[in-house]
Design a protein around this ligand. Structure first.
Ligand code: PGA
Length: 267
């Protein structure tokens, strides 16, 4: 498990592949990523790395990670709120846990937008993840309209407040702040914008979970993250990593994001 105690939060770079790369491609990609990071002497205790492939890839990724004893971690992009039964097309947290998935993304804006996921359902999914010992990566974020109407942090804070109702106290969570207008648009938030909302999210964590848990919880920024802007985000006190979409599919770019500490003159 990731060690996240006190305010010594280990930066976390997570690659959300979305609906890209089949199981054969996933093996080639993870293998090359491992080689690239090994050649660069990457310290996984210094910056944690995880990939989130499609469900059909997970067994292949698990087999590779186990066989080669890789430190790259992995998780699902979603899970069912239910554990088993007549839910055609759904994936149980029990199945993800059986494949050693450490994490699961919950409430990504694409799930909210295209699959009608509500804050209440997301809260149930957080509970399901915790039932199976999987760390939920809880995604929150405002649309451009929300931003205009409610300002920067009201919507993400409200989304997180409901999602946390499903969280078991004492179990790890990761929060990902992803402004919907920044996802896949090439138009990332500024690091100051990300910091402002991540600070508001941490305040909510203090209120709901207490000081210690809030200080230990990693809050990621997501939305058009690339090698050229990652170091700026990670300089901010309340941004502890990134959830990377498009750039996580480009090997060199993703490896460079993981190695943000080595970006000369940017940190
Ligand atoms: P992007 O996606 O990096 O392609 O903007 C981020 C995400 O949706 O998690």
């Amino acid at each position: 498990m990731a060690v996240t105690t006190g305010d010594t939060r280990i930066p976390f770079i997570a690659g959300n592949w979305k609906m890209n790369l089949d199981h054969l491609q996933s093996i080639a990609f993870v293998q090359k990523l491992a080689w690239t990071l090994r050649d660069a002497n990457h310290d996984f205790g210094d910056v944690e790395v995880a990939v989130f492939p499609p469900f059909t890839d997970l067994r292949s990724v698990q087999t590779l990670v186990t066989a080669d004893d890789l430190q790259i971690r992995f998780g699902g992009q979603d899970l069912s709120a239910h554990d088993s039964g007549a839910y055609t097309g759904e994936i149980s947290g029990a199945f993800l846990a059986a494949l050693d998935a450490a994490y699961v993304i919950i409430g990504h804006s694409e799930r909210r937008q295209y699959h009608g996921e509500t804050d209440e359902l997301i809260s149930e999914k957080v509970a399901a993840a915790h039932r199976h010992g999987i760390v939920p990566v809880i995604c929150v974020g405002e649309t451009a309209e929300d931003l205009e109407e409610h300002g920067p942090s009201a919507v993400p804070v409200a989304q997180l407040r409901t999602a946390l109702e499903g969280a078991v106290r004492g179990q790890e969570i990761v929060v990902a702040y992803e402004p919907v207008w920044a996802i896949g648009s090439g138009q990332a938030a500024t690091s100051a914008q990300a910091q402002q909302v991540c600070a508001a999210l941490r305040e909510l964590l203090v209120e709901v979970l207490g000081d210690e848990a809030a200080a230990a919880t990693r809050i990621l920024y997501g939305g058009s993250v690339k090698a050229a802007n990652i170091a700026g985000f990670l300089k901010e006190p309340d941004v502890d990593g990134a959830l990377v979409g498009g750039a996580s599919l480009q090997l060199e770019e993703f490896a460079s994001i993981v190695r943000f500490k080595s970006h000369v003159g940017t940190l």
